[in-house]
Write a protein that binds this ligand. Sequence first.
Ligand SMILES: O[C@H]1NC=Nc2ccccc21
Length: 243
Amino acid sequence: MRIDVVTIFPSYLAPLREALLGRAIDRGLIEVAVHDLRDWTHDVHQAVDDSPYGGGPGMVMKPQVWGEALDSVIGPVIDSPARLVVPTPAGRPFTQQLAHEWTSAERLVFACGRYEGIDQRVVDHYAQRMPVDEVSIGDYVLVGGEVAVLVMVEAVVRLLPGVLGNPRSAAEDSFSDGLLEGPAYTRPEVWRDLPVPPVLRSGDHAAVDRWRRDRALERTARLRPDLLAALPPDALDEADRAV
Ligand SMILES: O[C@H]1NC=Nc2ccccc21
């Protein structure tokens, strides 16, 4: 998978080259290119934004600059293998399911908006030619899309074959079965007078699996009842319903 990010703060994306993602790049599992939007400005001030039509606070990013940048980065959009992703608080929610969908994309191109966003005609123009997703990572407002891109790239790349050491990890994520993960423990057996739940040291795998499922159901019911409500009817068996 090739990932391109266009931003006015390229250094914000430096973490993409660290740790797990950095290793995925080194191993050739992904290619990552970060582009400075200002490279496509032609004025001495390298202006990328302007006042909003209709008035109002803040600034809107100029369509011309974005058009030149995205044409250059995406290349010929006819039958382009790329998806254009525009992080915005006014977008559809980014979810684990969307992360899985994007793993089949040959290319992901992220357009990082700052200020009050990007002139809508940029999305409208490219949406006529290729898949464009306006996506939010949550109902709060960040200063720009760069942090959202870090979140989304990590969520997608970790799902790619070969990236995680243990593929079971991705299969057993929170949300993979629609529930939150239950609590996890490691040595020592007792820490500050707090013991590890004995069942986890019993060696009885069926009992451990049941215990973990019960804790996940309890945690989900307590913290995310919406996830429980969204489960398909056959997702919970009789033992689950007893929790
Ligand atoms: O992903 C969004 N969530 C919240 N705030 C944002 C601000 C700019 C771009 C994207 C987002």
